[in-house]
Design a protein around this ligand. Structure first.
Ligand SMILES: [Zn+2]
Length: 311
C-alpha cells in the first residue's frame, strides 16, 4: 500500500511575517491519518483550527489567506503557500501547524527552510492509504483578454507535472527563462524548485508599507529589483528564479485541493486567485475528479511513491 505520511517528531521555527512584520512561532506536529494540514492559531483565547482547503481561502492579494469555513471575518492565517508547497514537495499528507500570529513566517522567502524543517523532523509512514485526487477531464479558468489574459488549467495525467509561463518585461528577467516545466515525479523539488524566493520591486515597497504591508520584507527574504537589476548582492539563486517561484506558489495553492493531485497543471501569468479558482472548479465538479489510492506501490505513478530522504 502507498501510505499516508506525517512527521516523525515535533519541530519548531521562529520568524517574521512578511506583511505584518510581527514575530511568529511555528510548531509543526505529527497528525493522524486523514487530517490533512491544519493551522492552529494558539495565540487566540481559545485555539482555532483552520483547515488548509481551497474553500477556506478568503484573500488572494499578495498571498493566500485562509479562515475557518471561508468566513472573511473569522480568524486568519496568511501566506500559507510556501509551507504547503514544501508539504506537497515532500509528499506529506498530515500535519498540525501551531502558529502564534495570523501570518506564516516568511523565513528566507522560499520553501527551502520549510523543507529543511520538515526533513529534520523526519517523515513517518502511516497505516492508511494515501489518497490522490485524479483529474479526469480538462478544467480551465481564465481572466482578462488580450494583453491582460491569464489562465490556468488542469489536464488528466497519471502523475503530477506543472508548466508555468510569465511575461515579465524586466531587464533582469528578459534574458532568462520565462517558462518552466517541472515533473514532481523527478524527485527534484528540493533542488530545482524549493529555493526560489518571492520577489518585489523597490518602487512598490513604499506604497505597500503605507498600506501596512511588506513590513517584514527585506533582501533577507525576497528578491528585490529596481527598474534595471536585482539589488540582492548574490543575484538570483536560479537563472529562472522568478518563474520557478511562480511554480512553487502554484504547488502550494494546488495543495489546497486537500489531496495530492494526479494531473498536469499549466498556467500563463496565473497567481493565487486563479489557482484557487481552478482548485475550486475541480472540487465543485464531481465529474472532473476521483479519489484514488494504490494498494500496490508499483502501480503508483513514477516517483510519487518515493520517500524524500529525511534524517
Ligand atoms: Zn510566493
Amino acid at each position: 500500500m502507498l501510505a499516508q505520511r506525517t512527521l516523525k517528531s515535533i519541530t519548531r521555527a521562529v520568524g517574521v511575517g512578511v506583511h505584518g512584520g510581527q514575530r511568529v512561532e511555528l510548531t509543526l506536529r505529527p497528525a493522524p491519518p486523514d487530517t490533512g494540514v491544519i493551522f492552529r492559531r494558539t495565540d487566540l483565547p481559545k485555539p482555532v483550527d483552520i483547515h488548509a482547503r481551497a474553500h477556506a481561502v478568503t484573500d488572494t492579494r499578495l498571498a493566500t489567506t485562509l479562515s475557518p469555513t471561508g468566513d472573511p471575518g473569522g480568524p486568519k492565517v496568511k501566506t500559507v503557500e510556501h509551507l504547503l508547497s514544501a508539504c506537497s514537495g515532500l509528499g506529506l499528507d498530515n500535519l498540525i501547524v501551531d502558529i502564534t500570529a495570523e501570518e506564516v513566517p516568511i523565513l528566507d522567502g522560499s520553501a527551502a527552510s520549510f523543507v529543511f524543517l520538515l526533513q529534520s523532523a523526519g517523515i513517518q509512514l502511516q497505516a492508511a492509504p494515501k489518497r490522490f485526487l485524479r483529474v479526469v477531464k480538462p478544467i480551465e479558468v481564465r481572466e482578462g483578454e488580450g494583453v491582460s489574459l491569464k489562465w490556468a488549467r488542469l489536464d488528466p495525467f497519471e502523475g503530477y507535472k506543472l508548466s508555468f509561463e510569465i511575461e515579465f518585461d524586466h531587464p533582469a528577467v528578459n534574458q532568462t527563462g520565462q517558462r518552466v516545466e517541472f515533473d514532481m515525479g523527478s524527485g527534484l523539488y528540493k533542488q530545482q524548485i524549493a529555493r526560489a524566493r518571492t520577489f518585489g520591486f523597490t518602487k512598490d515597497v513604499e506604497m505597500m508599507r503605507s498600506r501596512g504591508l511588506a513590513l517584514g520584507g527585506s533582501m533577507d527574504n525576497a528578491i528585490v529589483m529596481d527598474d534595471y537589476k536585482v539589488l540582492n548582492s548574490g543575484g538570483f539563486r536560479y537563472d529562472d528564479e522568478i518563474v520557478k517561484h511562480k511554480i512553487l506558489d502554484a504547488i502550494g495553492d494546488l495543495y489546497l485541493a486537500g489531496q495530492p493531485l494526479l494531473a498536469a497543471y499549466s498556467a500563463f501569468k496565473s497567481g493565487h486567485a486563479l489557482n484557487n479558482q481552478l482548485v475550486r472548479a475541480v472540487l465543485d465538479d464531481p465529474s472532473a475528479c476521483e479519489l484514488v489510492s494504490f494498494d500496490d506501490v508499483s502501480q503508483a505513478p513514477t516517483g510519487l511513491a518515493d520517500l524524500a530522504p529525511a534524517w
